[in-house]
Design a protein. Structure first.
Length: 140
């Protein structure tokens, strides 16, 4: 089950049903299933505090993923800064919704086991994001 929450922001996500269906398709395409995934929309200060407290990092980011997966079942918490997603959408000259979808699938790809520390891993991650973003447009 994919659930959506807001912390420290008044963001109301209207794409829940379609996004959930899409994420089930992404998991299936990767040979995984969805357990419990919580998507938590929050502010920059809220996510910065999580970054400091749990990861020891003192910088803003768009997403932090906490992985609770067991075997082939994807479970975890995706904390997403709506502030940074908005800023990145403007910076990359893309729609807010498109950038938000990219960040959501990025978090799910982390749960699947993909990483983005090296240049090669970043290339693979971006390719997977693009692939699954195109899949989203075919889901209705």
């Amino acid at each position: 089950m994919v659930r959506y929450f807001s912390e420290d922001t008044k963001f109301n996500y209207k794409g829940r049903r379609l996004t959930s269906k899409w994420l089930f398709s992404v998991a299936s395409a990767e040979g995984k299933s969805i357990g419990d995934i919580n998507v938590i929309f929050c502010s920059d200060p809220y996510l910065l505090e999580i970054n400091r407290k749990y990861l020891g990092h003192d910088y803003y980011t768009d997403i932090i993923t906490f992985d609770y997966c067991e075997g082939e079942v994807l479970s975890g918490d995706l904390f997403i800064s709506i502030d940074t997603v908005r800023d990145n959408a403007s910076f990359f000259n893309t729609l807010f919704e498109d950038e938000l979808h990219r960040v959501i699938v990025h978090g799910v790809l982390h749960l699947i086991g993909y990483d983005d520390h090296s240049d090669n891993e970043k290339t693979v991650m971006r390719s997977k994001e693009d692939r699954y973003l195109s899949l989203l447009s075919s889901i209705s």
